[in-house]
Ligand binder design. Sequence first.
Ligand code: GTP
Ligand code: MG
Length: 197
Amino acid sequence: LFAGPCDFVAAVPTIDRLPPITLTEVAFAGRSNVGKSSLVNALTGRNTLARTSNTPGRTQQLNFFLLAEKLLLVDMPGYGYAEVPKTEAARWANVIDLYLRGRSTLRRVCLLIDARHGVKKNDLDSMDWLDQRAVPYQIIMTKSDKLKQKDRDDLLKATSDVTRRRPAAHPEIIVTSAETGEGIATLRAVLGQFAVG
Ligand code: GTP
Ligand code: MG
């Protein structure tokens, strides 16, 4: 699946511009700068597919990528960055909200947590929102290369404690790094189960 071609399909600024429902989809969500676009690139092995940046607020639309004609990956704008104008942030939140609650072909949301920062208040708000609407999600830790082994272990335990207290069960946390490639094969295997055909 991930060895095949991957093509940009659509950049969706407003909900009426969503591509038609065809294939299954997996979406990437999380705070601004957590590494959503970088993870999409690492998964597909294409460094310039999704645009990444040091500056939070880079991704401003829902970007759809088609993997081997079998699965759509959806790179979404981040949340929680103070420098993004409020009206912009509200517009993105609205598109994301409508997409996540209404997309029948959405199989999983990868909810990314920066390993350096751990779970923040707005991540908990996202989990609440997703749990309340029964949108299935999985926690993915990013930027694992930034932490020492001991700090990683502590963070993984703290994050597992958070998810264990959730009202619904969630799949195991996957620790990743777009830099070193840690966890990428594991995540590919997980997402592969959602591909059609
Ligand atoms: P927005 O689109 O603004 O919400 O950000 P994003 O979540 O898509 O983050 P993006 O992929 O643009 O990455 C943000 C910054 O983090 C960039 O400078 C990346 O190079 C860096 N980054 C992403 N993943 C990793 C990682 O695994 N390790 C390290 N060290 N840096 C990373
Ligand atoms: Mg991005």
